[in-house]
Design a protein around this ligand. Structure first.
Ligand code: ZN
Ligand code: ZN
Length: 377
């Protein structure tokens, strides 16, 4: 019967034979030479902590500088940031099991938080504990983004205008919404360079200054996708960067179509009757208020056929229906003079109703669709 023995390579004391599984443990690569407990604990260092931690924090947005860039950490306050940085910086010995720890922050002054950290664990069947104190110094700075925002930096400007009119309140509000939404979506993906620098209404529309050309392009494309119209972009050389590259600022000029859904227009050289505009995306589309027939402008006319604007759905007044004369004519009371008048009967006219919305304009009196029970969108 042979007895196998092992000895501590440092002091020569006998140590228990190691099991085969222990010796092959890939998590303990240096463990093939086993020290006795006394020699092991002589060198044992439970917690590895730096002498101090310096943190650069943006005093405007709370971003933290890590490596060579600013990152949003979503911290509530500086203590949160200090805890996070200390957690990142501390290390515990790989052999220790059942590690538990807690941090007790002590605010020393406005920019210093002393972090008292208590660690416990078990190694070689022996409970171990250690206390370390790491001062965290907070340096309040301004991150690149906040610096740019404060400096009114912008790379792109979106001009919202409309052809032969000023943009409607709805269009202006929607443009602001779109700009904020696009920036919010980009921020949500961790893009720190996306921001709206300035939104300003002008006499003829809206100007939106944004931090990148990409955002400007997205806003203008979304506007014409929703409202129709065109966009032109023009580059202006503004400066050269530190490497001598030319830096351009791009202006996106959005031109919304001359007519908007809900407008009633009278087409030039056309005797089919006024048209209620339903869509100005692509070719202008609508319905004849005389017959209810569908109208679509030709490709050449696009969204701006030659026409004059008579009014819109909101200008309509309620008129009493006197009598339905035949398939083509209805008699209503003129809402201003209260005289009975015969007007064209469009196919959307419901003969069962007592009143109908009518538009009185240069082109006469016309029955409009009753939009009360259907969505305008
Ligand atoms: Zn030993
Ligand atoms: Zn910032």
């Amino acid at each position: 019967m042979s007895e196998s023995r092992a000895f501590c390579p440092r002091c020569g004391d006998p140590v228990p034979e190691r099991s085969a599984s222990d010796a092959n443990d890939p998590l303990r690569p240096g463990a093939e030479v086993e020290l006795c407990d006394a020699c092991y604990f002589e060198d044992f260092d439970f917690v590895d902590a730096p002498d101090r931690i310096d943190v650069r924090v943006c005093s405007r947005c709370g971003a933290v500088h890590r490596g060579n860039r600013w990152v949003d950490v979503g911290a509530e306050d500086y203590t949160d940031i200090a805890i996070e940085e200390v957690s990142e910086a501390l290390g515990v010995h790989v052999d220790v099991e059942d590690v538990a720890w807690q941090i007790d922050p002590e605010q020393v002054d406005q920019n210093t938080i002393r972090m008292h950290c208590y660690f416990t664990g078990v190694v070689r069947g022996t409970p171990v504990e250690e206390q370390v104190t790491v001062p965290v110094k907070i340096a309040r700075q301004t991150c690149t983004r906040c610096g740019r925002i404060a400096g009114d930096y912008y790379a792109s400007i979106v001009q919202i205008r409309a052809e032969d009119r000023t943009p409607t309140t709805e269009e202006i509000d929607r443009a602001k919404e779109i700009a904020n939404q696009i920036v919010a979506d980009m921020e949500a993906t961790g893009d720190r360079n996306a921001f709206v620098t300035e939104v300003g209404e002008t006499d003829d529309g809206l100007n939106v200054k944004v931090s990148t050309n990409k955002i400007g392009k997205k806003i203008s494309n979304k506007m014409i996708e929703e409202f129709g119209g065109t966009v032109n972009d023009a580059e202006t050389l503004v400066t050269e960067d530190e490497d001598g590259n030319e830096v351009y600022r791009v202006t996106f000029a959005v031109r919304l179509p001359p007519y908007t859904p809900g407008d009633v227009i009278d087409l030039a050289d056309d005797d089919g009757g006024p048209v209620l505009v339903r869509s100005a995306r692509g070719n202008l589309k609508g319905v004849r208020v005389t017959t209810g027939e569908r109208y679509e402008a030709s490709y050449e006319e696009g969204n701006s056929p030659e026409a004059r604007r008579l009014g819109d759905l909101e200008d309509a007044a309620e008129a009493t229906v006197v009598t339905v004369e035949d398939d083509n004519a209805v008699q209503v009371l003129d809402p201003e003079t209260f005289q009975a008048k015969t007007v064209s009967r469009p196919d959307y006219f419901d003969p069962g109703v007592e009143t109908v919305p009518v538009l009185k304009s240069r082109a006469g009196l016309h029955i409009l669709p009753d939009e009360g029970d259907e969505s305008n969108d």
